[in-house]
Design a binder for this molecule. Sequence first.
Ligand code: ZN
Length: 442
Amino acid sequence: MSKIGLEIHCQLTKLESKLFCPCKADYREFEPNTNICPICMGIPGSLPLLNKSAVEKATLIAMALDCSTPSKIAFFRKNYFYPDLPKNFQITQLNAYGNTSIGWEGKISIGNSKIRIRRIRAGTPLVEIVTEPDFETPHQVREFLNILSDLLENLNVSDPGLEGAMRADANVSIEGGSKVEIKNIGSFHDLEKAVHFEITRQQSLAERKIEIIQETRHWDDGRKITVSARTKEEEAEYRYHLEADIPWVRIDDNTKNQLQVHMPESISSKKERYISKYGITSQVADILSSDRYFSELFEKANNETNAKDIANMITTDIMGLLDTREKREVSKLEGDHISDLVEYIKSNKITRASAKLALDEVIKNGKQLSEIIEDLDLGHVSDEVTLSDIITEVLNEEAKAVEDAKQNPDIVNFLVGKVMQKTHGKADPELTLALLKKNLGL
Ligand SMILES: [Zn+2]
C-alpha cells in the first residue's frame, strides 16, 4: 500500500496588497522589477507591515478546514538565497518556541476516507496547507485537490484557476520503503501524474529488491517523470529565527467570531439546500454548488418560483457558453436575464432553440430579453395560418414521409423537425404537432 502526503501552496489572489508591504498583490500585470518597494526588497531600515486582511483570510481557510486556530501568531525569518528574493530571507511561520501556525489538525473527507490537515501557515501571500500522509491512491489526491480548490474559491480567498496560484509538493512512500519528496509540480493535473509515476517507480525498485532511498526528486514537466535532485536542503540550513520587526499578532475570539459569522455557506450545505428547498437533482446541485461563479449567478436569477428550471438552464446551456474565465469576465449576462428566459420558455413565448440564440446575444450585449427577441425575430410562430402554409410546403416536399407516417407514427416527429427547420426553431411545437396530425388524418 502506498502513502502520500501533500504540501500545497495557494496564493491569496484576492488580496489587494502583498503580505508585508503596500505593493500590489497581483503581480501578473507588472513588468519584472516594477512592483517593488524598500520593504519587499529588504533594504536596511525598512520595516515590514503585516496585511490584516491576509491574516483574516488565512484564518478563514483554517476554520473552513476544521482546523484549530491559535490566539496569537509570530513570524520567523527563514534564511536562504534565491535569485528572486533580494533580501535573502523569507518571513514565514514556524511551529517552534511555543508558537504555532495559523491552523492545525483539520480535515477534509473524501467519501469514507478522511484526509487530515497537519498545518496551515502563511508566508509571502502564500498559504501553505500540509496534509498527513493519508492518501492511498493518485486518484484520491486528485479528488482532494478538486475539493480544496472549490473550497478556496468558495471562500473568495483565492482564484485557483489563475496560473501559478496553486502549486504542490508531494511525499510518496510504499510499504517498507523510505519517503520520497517530489517538488516543483506546477499543476494539479501533473501532481496526480507525478504521484502515479513515483508509486510505479518505487514498486518496480521493490520488486527488484533495490533499496528505495530517502531523497528529494523533481518533477520533469517535459518528460513526465521524476528525477533525483542534486542538492538536498536540511531545515537546519535555514537558520530560522524570530522576526523581531513584527510583534506577536493577536487573533482574538471576537475576530474569529466575526469571520465565522461572515464565512460563506459551505459547498456541502449549499448543495443540501438546493436539493431540499428547490427540488434540484443531486447531480445538478453538485455541479452548481461547487462553482462559485455559477452558484452566485443562480442565487441572483433565482426568484423561488422557477428555481429548478433556472438551475437546469445554467448547467445545461450557460456553463457551456461561459466555459472560460475570459468569457465570464466580459459576459453581460445578469440573473434577471435567466429568470426572464425561463419564464418566456414556460409561457411558450419562445422555443428552447430560440432561447439558446437569445442567450448568445445577451452574453454579448446585455440587452433586455424582450428587445433581443424582437431584434432577432425569435418570437414563436404560433399563428395558425402562417404555420399551416409552412406545413403544406413540408408535406409537399416530403411525399414519402407522408405515406410512411400513416403506418408509423414516429415519422410525424420527423415532419415536426422539418417544420422547425423552416421556421429556424420558432414554430410552436404543440400547435405544429396538432396541425400535422390533422393534415395527415391521424
Ligand atoms: Zn513592496
